[in-house]
Design a protein around this ligand. Structure first.
Ligand SMILES: C[S@@+](CC[C@H](N)C(=O)[O-])C[C@H]1O[C@@H](n2cnc3c(N)ncnc32)[C@H](O)[C@@H]1O
Length: 390
């Protein structure tokens, strides 16, 4: 028992040291908070993909759990919006499904919390309580009464409340749709969403005051990992640039994700060369976020190298409008075959990004007012795209 406790302490200290070393935990007050709050209380189990077969396995209470909890990784804590998956896995059943909640990577949380620039006495609304870990970090830094956290899934909200109480924190945890904010505790000095929204909810403009900061991951077509840090102005609008940091968050549950792309090898018979590199579709490439921004419908991609080595890497994409495409690279040249308008949109966006001088994500930003929201480059007057309805 004593050995396990010591091991957990050591693992936690190692993680905090790593985040300090990487320059993510620069503020001494946040360092102390990360060293104090036990992520393990909030993530008593998590799911990892099974090895060599579909499905998920439950990691709980053993050495793999201890080492998994204290690394800088996001951990899946719920599948299909159903807490019974954990019980089924304990009974030895293989569980399948889509992640619906996770505890975000501590390094990403640290970067987001630093960018909020909180000081004692401020109030914060967190959207997407999930495990409750981030709400605990905020409560430890500010106070219980300073923090309101809202979670769509009532079972998760209840799980988080229990974990928070166990850890010694009592922020307000509300079950409800975070896109509506939580007006009873407004107005907030800070809003931090840990779930991606398609646009800035007007409620956040109404529930903040001039000078408040709103940090919100925005969920564009191919995702893109864009997080906007907006400052609310006197007129009730908010404006600000995207963070340089990539922040990949799951989208709010109301968003319909595209189906897994169909692999259609015969489509490649009609393939022609393209200048778009395959990694521009996978978030590794500095243009990937721009492709996401410019596509009017959501798309998803999968990549693999065929077992028979008939081609190099293949990337297949599918959008919610039914458009598909396949990319393959042979002898250093990338070829594409497409069905529907998705590919033309992505290819045009890639050419535009190059023509703009290959700008980085933090040169773009968002302005939101109750009537209109748009993404700009360098200045709100240089409009890149309008944001549609939530
Ligand atoms: C990445 S997790 C949040 C991680 C969390 N902050 C933590 O520290 O563990 C995203 C959460 O947002 C929740 N969510 C999804 N749609 C939502 C909505 N419309 N309003 C509030 N929460 C939502 C999900 O159920 C999920 O728990």
């Amino acid at each position: 028992m004593t050995t396990n406790r010591t091991t957990v302490e050591d693992l936690r200290t190692t993680l905090v040291d790593q985040l300090i070393h990487e320059g993510v935990l620069t503020d001494s007050a946040w360092r102390e908070v990360f060293a104090t709050v036990h992520r393990g209380i909030f993530v008593p189990y998590f799911f990892l993909p099974c090895r060599g077969r579909p499905g998920w396995r439950l990691i709980e209470g053993d050495d793999e759990w201890r080492h998994g909890v204290y690394v800088d990784e996001a951990l899946v804590i719920q599948l299909n919006g159903d807490d019974n998956a954990a019980q089924a896995a304990r009974w030895g059943q293989t569980v399948e499904g889509v992640p619906t909640s996770s505890s975000s990577a501590p390094g990403l949380m640290a970067a987001m919390l630093h960018s909020l620039e909180v000081t004692q006495g401020m109030t914060v609304l967190e959207v997407g309580t999930g495990s409750g870990y981030n709400a605990a970090l905020l409560a430890a830094r500010l106070s219980d009464k300073a923090v309101t956290s809202i979670e769509l899934d009532p079972a998760l909200a209840q799980r988080a409340r229990i974990a928070l109480t166990t850890a010694g924190y009592r922020p307000t945890v509300v079950a409800g749709d975070g896109a509506a904010g939580y007006s009873p505790n407004a107005r907030y000095d800070r809003v931090i969403a840990t779930v991606a929204l398609p646009r800035v909810p007007v409620a956040y403009l109404e529930q903040t005051h001039p000078g408040s900061l709103i940090l919100i991951p925005l969920s564009f077509a191919g995702r893109g990992g864009l997080m906007a840090l907006l400052r609310r102005d006197q007129a009730g609008a908010a404006s600000g640039a995207f963070l340089a940091q990539y922040g990949g968050f799951m989208a709010v549950r109301s968003v319909t994700e595209p189906a897994t792309p169909k692999i259609r090898p015969q489509l490649l018979d009609a393939a022609y060369p393209t200048q778009v590199p395959p990694d521009a579709l996978t978030d590794i490439h500095p243009a990937a976020f721009y492709l996401s921004l410019c596509c009017p419908y959501r798309y998803r991609t999968v990549g693999f190298t065929p077992d028979d080595n008939s081609t190099g890497l293949q990337t297949w994409g599918q959008a919610t409008d039914g458009s598909t495409f396949g990319l393959t690279t042979i002898d250093g040249t990338t070829y594409v075959a497409a069905d529907g308008p998705l590919w033309d949109t992505l290819e045009t966006a890639y050419a535009q990004w190059r023509a703009l001088g290959q700008p980085s994500r933090d040169r773009f930003g968002v302005t939101a007012n109750p009537a209109r929201q748009w993404v700009w480059l360098d200045h709100p007057d240089h409009v890149i795209t309008e944001l549609g309805e939530l």
